[in-house]
Design a protein around this ligand. Structure first.
Ligand code: HEM
Length: 410
C-alpha cells in the first residue's frame, strides 16, 4: 500500500480490529501527506508539539446545512436561520480562543472535583445494579448490559435530567454516538439524521434550561444556566449541554469495553486487579495508552507549519493520530505490550493542550468502578469471540458487542 493511501486503510472498517500495524507504517513518516491533501501526524513528539501550537484550529467542522423538506417556510426562512445560528455557536470542542476558553472556563467551574467525587456512590450503585441484572445468565453482552447504559445515566445525573426523561436521553445518545466521527460527516444520510437529533435534543434542552432557571437545583446544568455568564448565551449553553452528553458517552463506553477485552486477553492482569483493586488507576492509565477510546482528532492549519521535516501548508486538514503516538517506540519501551506497571506513561488518551478532556476525572472513576466490579464479581469470565465485531467508526473505536461467558456472579 503506498504511503499516501495509508490513512484510507485506517478508515477501512476491515482494519478496525487491529489498526496498529498500519500506525507503525505511518510513523515511518511522522507527518505524512495523504492523497486527499490531509496531513497525518503519528509520532509522539510531533503530535505533542502540534497539540500546543496556536496555529492549529479546531474549527474544522463543515458548516451545518439542514436538508430540504419541501416546506417553503422551513426551507427559505426557519432552517437558514437555524443553520446560521448553529454555525455561529458550535460546541466548544470545535471552537478556537478566545470563545473556546470562555466557554471551557464556565464548564470547568461547574465540573468541580467535589461534584465528580460526589458521583462515586451513584456510579457504584449503577454498576452493581447492572451486574446484578445479569444474575442467572450464562453469557452477557458487555456493551448492552453495562458499558452503554452506565455513562448516559451518569451524564443525566450530572446535568440534572429528570429520571423520567432518561429513556429519551438514552435514545438520543445512541443516535448521536458517532456525531463526532470525522468519517460520519461524509455520509449524507447520517448527517441528516444527526441534524434532526440535534434539533430534537436542543428543543428539549431549551425547555429544561428554562425550568432550571426558574427552579435551580444543585446539578451542573443549573450552575451553567446562571445568568451571570457573559459570553454564554442560550444557544451556547444548549451546545455545551449536548456536547457533554456526546463527548462523554461513546468514549466512556469504549474505555470500559476495550478495558475488559484487554483484561480478558491478559488473564494474569485480570487476576491481579481482582486481588488488588488499588491497581485500578494504573490499569486505566495503561488502557488509555494501549487501547484508547479516541484514536484521532482533526484540526486545520492556520498558517504554514514546519514540523518533523515537513511543512504543512496553510488551510490543510491535519489528523492527530493519538493512538499511533501512544505506541511510539521512540517514546515507550515495548509499546505493544500491555503493562500497567509502566511508570512513565504520558499518553494522549484524553488529548492534550487547550482541548484536553474536561471529563477525564469522571471517565476515570466510571472505568475504575466498572472494571474492578466486573473482575471481582464475574466468577470465571471468558471471551466468546476474539476479535469481537467492531463498530465502523475509526476515531471513536470500540467493539459493537462483547460476548462474555461469565461462569456465574459472585
Ligand atoms: C474515557 C472517556 C473519555 C475519553 C477517552 C475522552 C477523550 C477526549 C479527548 C481525546 C478529547 C480532546 C479532543 C480534541 O483534542 O479535539 C476530549 C475532549 C473533551 N471531552 Fe472527553 N473523553 C472522555 C470522557 C469525557 C466525559 C465523561 C466528558 C463529560 C461528561 C467529556 C467531555 C469532553 C469535552 C467537553 C471535551 C472538549 C474540551 C475542549 O474542547 O476544550 N469527555 N475528550
Amino acid at each position: 500500500m503506498p504511503e499516501d493511501a495509508l490513512f484510507a486503510e485506517v478508515l477501512d472498517p476491515g482494519n478496525r480490529a487491529d489498526p496498529y500495524p498500519i500506525y507503525a507504517r505511518l510513523r515511518r513518516t511522522p507527518v505524512a501527506r495523504q492523497r486527499d491533501g490531509a496531513y497525518v501526524v503519528s509520532t509522539h513528539a510531533a503530535i505533542r508539539s502540534l497539540l500546543f501550537d496556536p496555529r492549529l484550529s479546531s474549527e474544522d467542522l463543515p458548516p451545518s446545512r439542514r436538508p430540504r423538506t419541501g416546506n417553503p417556510l422551513k426551507d427559505w426562512l426557519l432552517n437558514p436561520i437555524r443553520n446560521r445560528v448553529a454555525n455561529a455557536h458550535r460546541p466548544l470542542i470545535f471552537r478556537d480562543p478566545p470563545e473556546h476558553d470562555t466557554l471551557r472556563g464556565f464548564v470547568m467551574s461547574e465540573f468541580t472535583i467535589a461534584r465528580v467525587n460526589g458521583l462515586h456512590g451513584r456510579v457504584a450503585a449503577l454498576v452493581d445494579g447492572l451486574i446484578e441484572a445479569c444474575r442467572g445468565r450464562d453469557t452477557v453482552c458487555l456493551v448492552d448490559d453495562l458499558s452503554y447504559p452506565l455513562p448516559v445515566a451518569v451524564i443525566c445525573d450530572l446535568l440534572g435530567v429528570p429520571e423520567q426523561d432518561e429513556p429519551q436521553f438514552h435514545a438520543w445518545a445512541t443516535r448521536l454516538a458517532t456525531a463526532l466521527e470525522p468519517d460520519a460527516r461524509r455520509d449524507e444520510e447520517a448527517r441528516r439524521e444527526t441534524v434532526a437529533t440535534f434539533d430534537a435534543i436542543a428543543d428539549y434542552m431549551r425547555a429544561l434550561i428554562r425550568r432550571k432557571r426558574r427552579q435551580p437545583g444543585d446539578d451542573m446544568l443549573s450552575g451553567l444556566a446562571r445568568r451571570d455568564r457573559p459570553g454564554m448565551g442560550e444557544v451556547d449553553l444548549i451546545a455545551t449541554a449536548v456536547l457533554l452528553l456526546v463527548a462523554g458517552h461513546e468514549t466512556t463506553v469504549n474505555l470500559i469495553t476495550n478495558g475488559m477485552l484487554t483484561l480478558l486477553r491478559h488473564p494474569d492482569e485480570l487476576g491481579r486487579l481482582r486481588a488488588d483493586p488499588e491497581r485500578a488507576p494504573q490499569v486505566i492509565e495503561e488502557l488509555l495508552r494501549y487501547e484508547p477510546p479516541v484514536h484521532f482528532r482533526t484540526r486545520k492549519a492556520l498558517g504554514d507549519i514546519a514540523v518533523a521535516g515537513t511543512t504543512i501548508p496553510k488551510g490543510a486538514p491535519i489528523v492527530l493520530l493519538f493512538a499511533a503516538g501512544n505506541r511510539d517506540p521512540e517514546r515507550f519501551p515495548e509499546p505493544d505490550r500491555f503493562d500497567p506497571d509502566r511508570t512513565d506513561i504520558q499518553h494522549f488518551g484524553f488529548g492534550g493542550g487547550l482541548h484536553y478532556c474536561v471529563g477525564a476525572p469522571l471517565a476515570r472513576i466510571e472505568a475504575e468502578i466498572a472494571l474492578v466490579a466486573l473482575c471481582r464479581r464475574l466468577r470465571d469470565p471468558r471471551l466468546l469471540a476474539d476479535p469481537p465485531p467492531y463498530r465502523p467508526g475509526a476515531s471513536l473505536r470500540g467493539p459493537e458487542n462483547l460476548g462474555i461467558r461469565i461462569g456465574g456472579i459472585l
